[in-house]
Design a protein around this ligand. Sequence first.
Ligand SMILES: NC(=O)c1ccc[n+]([C@@H]2O[C@H](COP(=O)([O-])OP(=O)(O)OC[C@H]3O[C@@H](n4cnc5c(N)ncnc54)[C@H](OP(=O)(O)O)[C@@H]3O)[C@@H](O)[C@H]2O)c1
Length: 506
Amino acid sequence: MTATEHQQQTNPLEEGLLLRRTPDPCALVIFGASGDLTHKKLMPALYALMLRRLLPARFAIVGVARTDGDDDAFRSDMKDAVQKHARDVFRKDVWDELAQNMHYVATDFADDGGENKLQDLLTKLDKERDLGENRVYYLAVPPAAFPTIVDELGKRRSASGWTRLIVEKPFGHDLESARELNTMLREHFEENEIFRIDHYLGKETVQNMNALRFANGIFEPIWNRQFIDHVQITVAESIGIEGRSGYYESAGAIRDIFQNHLLQLLALTAMEPPVDFTAESVRNEKVKVLKALHTPGPKSVVRGQYGRGYVEGEEVVAYREEQGVAPDSMTETFVAAKLYVDNWRWADTPFYVRMGKRLARRETTIAIQFKRAPHPPFGEVASEGLRPNVLLVHVQPDEGVSLAIGAKVPGQGMTIRTVHMDFLYGGAFRTSLPEAYERLILDTLLGDGTLFTRADEVEEQWLLVDSIVAAWQRDRPSFPNYAAGTWGPPSAEDLLQRDGRSWRRN
Ligand SMILES: NC(=O)c1ccc[n+]([C@@H]2O[C@H](COP(=O)([O-])OP(=O)(O)OC[C@H]3O[C@@H](n4cnc5c(N)ncnc54)[C@H](OP(=O)(O)O)[C@@H]3O)[C@@H](O)[C@H]2O)c1
């Protein structure tokens, strides 16, 4: 037995996913089977689910792409991908069991009858394996390919069995295109059959935000404007655009991160306690936050673009020097904003958010900064090293939660300093965390949409983004305005300094 197997069988804390029911028999059809996402995320996730016996006993994976290929070539390609990208050690017996359920169809749905090849195979698999005509279709293709595929799938829905559709981001480019996409999907699928991916929602630490707030009696009573001074959310990447200039030039930080991941983190932080943890209850609460969200004015949103600099000791080029980027590109690689949630819980409490590429380090955190103690009885000098209480949720890396509190410095006299009480996932549960895609694929197989975004959520997110982008048309900042390896442009610092606050540094 390997160390990992031993740990999985003996660590009583590693139950999580194991406690769930097994999904119905079904076929998972991945469109975009020759692409990056399938190699790096989807197949490693399916392998992890297989290893933990979480896939249905009767199951088939069908890869679809236009590139020529057959079952053997697909299996061999995916085996390499799993060996390279899976979080678990590679076990031949597990792989062989998974591989015998894998098939490949080379076809283009844009061609007349292009979908027949897939239908023929699915009919055959249904007969051979008794899959009950249950289907999950995963759209891991560029958005331009969605309409043709969805249209054909919709026309050929089976009368028996269930059908679910996973849609990758980006979900639209603005409100209008997102609405069009929603309308197109709803022509063929019910809302509860559509699973819009925001992979941040599949992260353990993001779900832990719900556990922290609603499984503990101590936080909720103080989770409001009376006790909280402000909230800071940071989604910082140290990497650049990693060769994805085609996508990034038309997206920028506002569409790549702000519109989806960042607004979801904010909604989870600010939402009211749901009555239960069903998809509708949770999403109803999130959408209320998104509806109440606004920026106080154009000056409350700043943008930046990185110039040359040093990241982790290495010299890196400016955004405009990246391959495929226009030398005068005005695409933003950084956004910081002040937002308000207009409701009783949060009125006048700022939510400061920032996100960007080529920042000083990789970090996703949610920092809840509480108001200072009303009266320091120890005198100003003794309390000089005391900062306000902060509850810091580390989404990545170093996943965990940390609470900054004031403590007495040992020795004579009364000097107070800020110290940290830390909970680290790795230390407390002694296990590696599941990848977001494992959870999201499994939830789709089970028909649980709680961790997926609903049509109205996506549209609210775009409504805010559109208003910000419209305001940007009125001025042209001078780019680049921050050096790679720093925390963004000076205007991001000013945003908080104007309010007598500053960004967290650690
Ligand atoms: N990669 C990631 O980490 C990541 C993260 C988040 C979201 N996504 C999203 O996931 C989707 C796939 O991304 P990716 O990185 O895997 O892209 P990719 O590496 O370019 O792969 C695209 C896949 O789609 C297929 N494809 C391309 N055009 C098609 C068309 N017109 N009709 C049918 N199939 C077509 C390609 O296969 P053939 O050319 O062989 O047909 C290929 O398998 C995109 O929507 C992307 O935004 C990706």
